[in-house]
Design a protein around this ligand. Structure first.
Ligand SMILES: NC(=O)c1ccc[n+]([C@@H]2O[C@H](COP(=O)([O-])OP(=O)(O)OC[C@H]3O[C@@H](n4cnc5c(N)ncnc54)[C@H](OP(=O)(O)O)[C@@H]3O)[C@@H](O)[C@H]2O)c1
Length: 231
């Protein structure tokens, strides 16, 4: 499906991967994201072996400081992509310092990003891709630029703010979701998709359930975009 999609669309195939609680949160209000168990991490790392890049938002880097690497499998690596309009993440972030030869990092910024800051990132061998003149990265334009440098499949790993922007632009082709057996509440806890949201149900994006698995108290759901009008 991914190959056919790329031929037809000339943009990367994008799979959203996330773990959320029963009540739809992806971290607690204090930013604790530890929802997955070891088996779930193994599945996520397996998925990482199948794509050209992993993509996250700046908020996830600031909160979790992830390496975005592969732990359980042998692999030649992939790009790590961070949406960070003004290049404000630390140059000491693990996503920049950890194994850049295996996992090169690419920052998506706006055209207005500071040139001196860009140079600081480039000096660390980080590729900076500029897209859009607005306050935030124009993700549609950025995604097309990523395709042009050979990134044809992306695992989108959140968080909720970036996820919303990706859905808003109808850029998510597949969803792989783990429902973890907790309820944590909190109107300030990040959810799977935050942002302003669609006004009406008819504006929402419909997905088709393609697989459903149960493991202990966890449920793993796979959805794909399919035909938007089909109920
Ligand atoms: N459970 C899970 O599977 C999972 C996975 C990932 C993250 N998380 C959790 O999610 C939380 C972080 O989520 P978050 O919503 O705060 O942050 P986020 O989605 O990771 O990052 C959002 C930031 O990305 C930047 N960005 C650049 N261009 C953008 C665009 N066009 N649209 C949207 N954002 C853009 C923005 O900062 P600028 O405006 O400065 O560019 C924005 O504030 C953390 O608590 C983390 O632990 C959980």
């Amino acid at each position: 499906m991914a190959k056919r999609h790329m031929k037809e669309n000339k943009r990367p195939y994008i799979i959203l991967s996330a773990a959320m609680t029963i009540d739809g949160k992806i971290a607690t209000r204090m930013g604790d994201p530890e929802l997955s168990d070891e088996d779930d991490w193994k599945t996520v790392h397996k998925l990482r072996t199948e794509v050209d890049a992993i993509m996250v938002g700046k908020g996830t880097i600031l909160n979790d400081n992830p390496k975005l690497h592969i732990k359980y499998y042998d692999h030649d690596g992939y790009y790590r992509i961070v949406a960070d309009s003004n290049l404000s993440i630390s140059l000491d972030s693990k996503v920049i310092r950890f194994k850049p030869d295996i996992y090169p990092t690419c920052i998506l910024a706006t055209e207005n990003a500071n040139e001196r800051r860009i140079k600081q990132f480039e000096d660390k061998n980080v590729k900076v891709i500029k897209a859009g003149n607005g306050k935030r990265v124009n993700l549609y334009e950025a995604i097309l630029k990523l395709y042009d440098i050979g990134i044809h499949s992306i695992l989108l790993e959140g968080g909720g703010t970036l996820n919303w922007s990706m859905f808003k632009h109808n850029l998510v082709d597949e969803i792989r979701l783990t429902i973890a057996p907790w309820v944590i509440g909190g109107s300030n806890s990040p959810t799977l998709v935050d942002g302003i949201g669609f006004e009406k149900m008819r504006m929402g994006l419909r997905y088709k359930l393609s697989n459903l698995k149960q493991r202990n108290n966890y449920v793993i759901l796979n959805y794909y975009r399919g035909d938007a009008n089909e109920r």
